[in-house]
Design a protein around this ligand. Sequence first.
Ligand SMILES: O=C(O)CCC(=O)C(=O)O
Length: 252
Amino acid sequence: MTRPETASVIEALDRDGYVIVPDVLAGDEVAGIRAGLQTLLAATPTGRDDFEGHRTRRIYAIFAKTRLLDGPATHPLVLSVLDHYLYDYQLSAPTGIEIGPGEVAQPLHPDDGVYPIPRPHRQLVINVMWPLDAFTEANGATRIVPGSHRWGDERPEPGAPVISAEMPAGSALIYLGTLWHGGGANRTDRPRLGVVMHYAAAWLRPQENHLLAVPRDVVRGLPERLQELLGYNICPPFIGYVDGRHPRRLLR
Ligand SMILES: O=C(O)CCC(=O)C(=O)O
């Protein structure tokens, strides 16, 4: 049964393509994740192109590097929204994103644009941005074109109505894979940190290859639901088998 909170989130997603849910993570949890990611960021290079951002650091293979995001990745509200849209799903591109001072706005894009499937189509990708700093228009809050999740082949024209997803740390910005959006420019003197969790239908290839990115010994220690989200699962009827068996057996 759909929980009341899930129902209102889904209503907003269907209408606008995105929703900001406040107060999902407690302040001490946000502080812990934020502090823990600093060590990883210190060892992370800036991006290589306009999409990654030349003044932006992206932590890939995040579940190989920290246990701090295991909870957010499997948050019950998020999973209930994913159940509604995707049925069987997996993590696709979980990434820490620190937009540095002086960064310019990322090109707007829909995250499911990596899959060559004509629009409009049913939702194949759902994402959650977890802000670890307050997101503001000035520091690079995610830019969103409301309602663009319903578009066909249209692209945002210059001057299209774009809003900045301003929100306090501890909120969750949930958005549909068909929604046009992008990271904002950072005009402040401090970086803006968030972690985005992309999830995709389980019959698609995830953007990051978790089976190679996260060592099996690490996966063995994870909660079973997270193991499944990292690819140790079957998409019915039998996509993802290993030697004819459920991939979970490899973890025993
Ligand atoms: O950092 C953000 O606010 C959004 C980043 C994004 O959309 C992406 O990298 O695909």
